[in-house]
Design a protein. Structure first.
Length: 63
């Protein structure tokens, strides 16, 4: 039991050490990349919607 507790303590000490080595991005970079992702998702959603309307129109002509 004591060995398991020591292993957990050692693990979290290692996590704390590695956490300090992380290179965090700047706030502006996170903002710009988030906005870029939202715009890309919006554009692809719009494109898929328009393609769906096109196929719907074509299939309605076939019926």
């Amino acid at each position: 039991m004591n060995q398991a507790l020591e292993s957990v303590k050692t693990y979290f000490k290692g996590v704390r050490t590695e956490w300090g080595k992380v290179s965090w991005p700047e706030r502006r970079q996170v903002f710009v990349e988030t906005v870029s992702v939202v715009i890309i998702v919006f554009v692809f959603t719009l494109a898929i919607y328009l393609i769906d309307l096109l196929f719907k129109g074509i299939l309605s002509l076939i019926k």
